[in-house]
Design a protein around this ligand. Sequence first.
Ligand code: NAD
Length: 431
Amino acid sequence: MNIVIAGTGYVGLVTAVVLAHVGHQVFCVDVDGAKIEQLKKGVCPIHEPALPELMVENLCRLTFTTDYAAAYSDKDAIFIAVGTPEKVDGSANLSYVYAVAEQIAASVTSDCVVVVKSTVPIGTNEKVEQHLKKHLKRDVTIEVVSNPEFLSQGTAIKDMLHGSRIVVGTESESARRVMASIYENLEQPVIFTDRRSAEMIKYASNDFLALKISYINEIANLCEVLGANVVDVARGMGMDPRIGDKFLRAGIGYGGSCFPKDTKALHWLGNFHDHELKTVKAAIEVNENQKLRLIKKARKYYSSFEGLTVAVLGLTFKPGTDDLREAPSLTNIPILLDNGAKVKAYDPYGVEQFKRKVSGDIMYCTTPEETLKDADICFILTEWPEVMELQPVHFLAMKRPIILDGRNCYDPGIMEGYPLVYDSIGRTAVS
Ligand code: NAD
């Protein structure tokens, strides 16, 4: 089939490459000319494991362009995969989605299916369809289908090739047939629902996962007070198939481009309809506090950050990505700097983006070991493999080896007997 993807971000580019991989001709459109130039040269603009290799392997079925009018004119399906960021009031900003809808309406010359892959509030697909019809320049039939995406950054290719399900929201028989043939070579269950239910499946899933994380984080904080070990608690809980062992890893809270905005957007939508989601509200509040957990812990060891050198290991919101959206580093490092600390930071992929977002007394290091040297305290914010591989002796290069581990990278037992402090999440500190 001939498919266009609008937006070559984390979702759009991965979707394009995977659909090309299963045999479709895929046209990728983006308004970002520099990104398209890179892609035309076969250079992948984001860090996502296995993506560059799979992209290069399938270049013969991939076309990259900024010329949306030519791309949208006569295709079987057009996927909308642009961002839906958070507005100041927490609701979803749909301006990018509607802008693409207008461009499609101005350009299509034959019947096609428009697939909304971006995460959009319940009822948006209907509005996109109305918007398209209002702006259509020719007498063609366009069906709008909801097809939310469930990939996780860092494992996006694996997730899309071997996902747990593909959700398609449509009540049109012809659109259903088009979607079934787009996905026929991906061996995954396809669930067909109405559009509103498909839109809700995405938000309800993300918000449930966020809730699970905030729940285990609250339990972790209580474990610290009561002398229990949250890793053992989560293991014991996760063995119950009614609970499951995923998303029970305590830490300094979730970040990224989805959970923070999707919890706020659904909470906003509930309030708008006079139906507050109290559990989602609690998940948001717990997460905001959890991001400050290491700052609070640091007060046990120093009365002030003034003049301290803080080693920060990890800037991105999770390992395996260069994405900094809503990363705990963006909350923690400005607080450290504002309170007079000097920061030494390490991240294998996030430094360039971080420099664009935060300025101040920050020295960027190329290895975790160099970062730790002569530091007064260490904050672990991302569990990169090279951070997980550190041994207790590496921390002894610090001026005062106080390790605040926001990702529970190490077994506290291995720290015993060394002249250091190891304080993690939901476990008794070793000192
Ligand atoms: P992104 O910010 O990485 O990419 C969006 C891309 O769209 C950018 O390259 C931007 O230049 C481009 N764009 C903007 N306007 C355009 C236009 N008119 N025409 C063509 N391109 C245009 O976003 P993302 O992280 O890929 O997320 C996209 C959507 O998918 C969001 O709704 C998000 O919530 C959802 N989602 C994201 C993830 C994830 O892990 N990132 C997972 C599931 C769902």
